[in-house]
Write a protein that binds this ligand. Sequence first.
Ligand SMILES: NC(=O)C1=CN([C@@H]2O[C@H](COP(=O)(O)OP(=O)(O)OC[C@H]3O[C@@H](n4cnc5c(N)ncnc54)[C@H](OP(=O)(O)O)[C@@H]3O)[C@@H](O)[C@H]2O)C=CC1
Ligand SMILES: O=C(O)C1=N[C@H](C(=O)O)C[C@H](O)C1
Length: 277
Amino acid sequence: MTRIAIMGAAGRMGKMLIEAVNGDDSARLTGAVVRPDSSLKGADAGELAGQGRLGIMLCGSLEEIVDDFDVLIDFTSPALTLENLAICARHGKRLVIGTTGFNDEQLSALEGYASSVPFVFAANMSTGVNLSLNLLATAARALGDAGFDIEIIEAHHRHKVDAPSGTALMMGRAVAEPLGRDLKTDGVYQRVGQIGPRSAREIGFSTVRGGDIVGEHTVLFAAEGERIEITHKASSRLTFGRGAVRAAHWLMDQKAGHYDMQDVLGLKQALSDDPQA
Ligand SMILES: NC(=O)C1=CN([C@@H]2O[C@H](COP(=O)(O)OP(=O)(O)OC[C@H]3O[C@@H](n4cnc5c(N)ncnc54)[C@H](OP(=O)(O)O)[C@@H]3O)[C@@H](O)[C@H]2O)C=CC1
Ligand SMILES: O=C(O)C1=N[C@H](C(=O)O)C[C@H](O)C1
């Protein structure tokens, strides 16, 4: 039985994570954390997530419940996730991190915990997106230097605060790496005015925000006369929640290190078996 605590339990993903843990016979919700000043403190986590009473009270601090869980699942904000990594490092806990929007400095701080904390960090916990990374690398290898321009288009709900999405950036790296390109120099995040013709190397990102879109990503390989589009559409956040719970179980057998969802799903092995790789 994996004992799981959820950080940011009142958030869109927080509630989905409570549902995902509750729906998994091998997992048990043993903690749920909201803001220290939240009016929800003391309420039942299951009731908050529409799961009925689970007997787990929402609390305002991770330190309060740190002895009660094996794995913390954290889909919140970069600053809070880094604070939680520090607490988990001190108490020998594992983490599944779904938070996106880290800057370079925050990413290197996160990396610093790889020697002391077993954690899975992935901008997207769905099986489909993680499989598509392999498809994208294969397509990029075949097409990227053969006259195909690469563009990435992502769409999300109106509440999303970071752009481009973590998934779009992850897909960008999946196509850039096999082509020897770097998103720092080849990524184009904005086009406006007299921008001139497109260069062959650039990887363009376009962001759509509106309504309740759960998460849609398309990588477009466009040549003269034809184009290929690889698209993933998430229709329920439960997909991310179930992926995170799967990662939590997997982490129970891992030593300290920074892992991703491709490790959890065994897709790195599949990639290295690819004769094209
Ligand atoms: N990896 C994946 O598969 C997925 C990742 N995500 C990512 O997960 C993150 C959360 O998304 P979402 O659930 O939609 O966002 P929400 O804003 O709905 O949820 C975030 C939660 O974290 C809490 N929180 C944030 N900062 C703090 C803080 N400093 N102290 C205490 N609580 C804090 C918020 O509290 P409050 O409401 O009080 O502000 C909120 O409850 C985003 O980075 C998103 O991109 C989302 C879906 C899938
Ligand atoms: O904020 C979201 O909602 C999502 N964020 C993740 C991202 O930034 O890629 C994953 C998913 O697309 C939903």
